[in-house]
Write a protein that binds this ligand. Structure first.
Ligand code: CO
Length: 436
């Protein structure tokens, strides 16, 4: 394995470690974009864009679209779009979360999307997200918050009280068995104020100013390489921050930035809960921004429609790698192997958007990049997952392919994947962005 491949994954692991919530992931990306002179655009203002300009838009702090305007006419080249998502399944803190009983303070949580709940037990957990508060001038302001150290835990029940755990699996009652221990209760404490004070101290504001929050639980364990040759890696949120990072790396490259094409990376929050929100992939964000790019480049309505018809989208989301301990879970002729290249996802019921032409084009970019590729089909007797691909392609009429890198343990709090695949995906996306 080359040092270059290792470095790319090292960068990915740092990116994830700095991104404990979708809000932080967007902020991490903004920091990278600013280093490459991307300018922030405000949706509330009118835009004037120049060819070969670098811009980005953030909607509600956790969805981001960054783009490069092409020097080639938009109506003749269309948009080259990469879509992915910034959120991951897990636990979110309730509005009135504090429960003080039996000498312990616990925080109540809701389940966000479809995490493997058992993996949240016995981990060094903490909190990250966004708070909104009233400033001393009476205005509403928001800020990101995260606790670096572990402050929460979901201790398992000892096997002595759960004798069948290895035969029947760890089942957790969502209402009663998920609250997270955060403190030993102190009698004079007003328990309902407990979290307000903790957040106020972390943000340097008065607890009484805090009005609301969106906080998710994250694992403080840093990303790591593993395997005898360190050919694998593990971290939280590989689904789907690994795809966001691959897109970022493929676009932030001098050759790509100067390709003359109109390139768009659209990374959405709320994929894990169906994408229906103001900033989700099934909302107005992507159509709004594509249209505004055209308007600000003086492309008329018909020119915009021509551009859409000439566009191509890659929907990148992680794929299920074969795990030999569980052979019956996989379709025998579609075993996806880690470190054997990006995966093209196919589903007859269109849970994935790929069709023969979009597949063929992705294969061509892989061949140009000298990157291996694999084709995935889910078992016929197990329901298939989906991605943002079907909804965005339906809304915009843009030809789309669903791809993603192989990974193990999707939706575990500690997922893993192959080092070589990350570099392969970056190279394939690089060819896509630079294609004529
Ligand atoms: Co995903």
């Amino acid at each position: 394995m080359t040092a270059q491949l290792q470095l790319q994954v090292k960068d990915l692991l740092q990116f994830i470690d700095n991104s404990p919530s979708p809000f932080h992931a967007v902020r991490s990306m903004e920091q990278r974009l600013m280093q490459f002179d991307f300018k922030l655009l405000d949706e509330k203002q009118k835009w004037k864009l120049n060819p070969a300009g670098r811009y980005y838009v953030v909607r509600d702090d956790s969805s981001i679209i960054f783009f490069v305007t092409g020097e080639k006419p938009l109506s003749e080249t269309g948009y080259k779009i990469l879509g992915a998502h910034t959120d991951s399944p897990g636990l979110k803190i309730k509005p009135n979360p504090v429960n003080s009983s039996n000498g312990l303070i616990r925080l109540g949580v809701e389940v966000y999307g479809g995490p493997i709940l058992a993996t949240f037990t016995d981990r060094d957990l903490s909190l990250a997200g966004r708070i909104s508060y009233k400033t001393s001038a009476g205005e509403i302001a928001s800020q990101l918050v995260s606790f670096d150290q572990s402050i929460l835990r979901l201790p398992n029940l000892a096997i002595h009280m759960n004798r069948k755990v290895n035969e029947e699996g760890l089942k957790l009652d969502k209402q009663n068995e998920l609250p997270l221990i955060i403190s030993a209760a102190v009698e004079e404490q007003i328990s309902s104020q407990f979290l307000y004070e903790l957040l106020g101290n972390a943000c340097g504001i008065n607890a009484a100013q805090i009005l609301s929050w969106e906080l998710n639980v994250y694992d403080t364990q840093k990303g790591a390489f593993w395997g005898d040759e360190q050919q694998f890696y593990a971290n939280s949120q590989l689904d789907n921050l690994a795809s966001c990072h691959a897109g970022l790396q493929a676009l932030l490259n001098e050759t790509t930035l100067q390709s003359g094409n109109t390139l768009v990376c659209a990374f959405f929050d709320h994929e894990e809960i169906g994408s229906e929100s103001t900033k989700g992939a099934n909302g107005s964000l992507l159509p709004d921004i594509l249209q505004r790019i055209a308007l600000a480049m003086d492309v008329d309505t018909e020119g915009y429609q021509c551009a859409l018809a000439r566009s191509f989208m890659i929907s990148a989301d992680m794929a299920h790698a074969y795990q030999p301990n569980f052979p019956s879970a996989f379709e025998p002729e579609h075993k996806i192997m880690v470190n054997k290249g990006p995966v093209i996802k196919v589903n007859a019921n269109h849970r994935y958007t790929s069709e023969s032409i979009s597949i063929a084009r992705f294969i061509q970019w892989c061949e140009l990049a000298e990157v291996p590729y694999q084709k995935y089909s889910h078992r016929t007797d197990i329901p298939c997952g989906s991605t943002i691909g079907p909804m965005t392609s339906a809304k915009l009429g843009i030809r789309t392919v669903d791809v993603g890198n192989p990974m193990w343990a999707m939706h575990s709090i500690r997922e893993s994947a192959g080092v070589e695949d990350h570099g392969h995906m970056i190279n394939a996306l690089h060819c896509f962005f630079n294609a004529k």
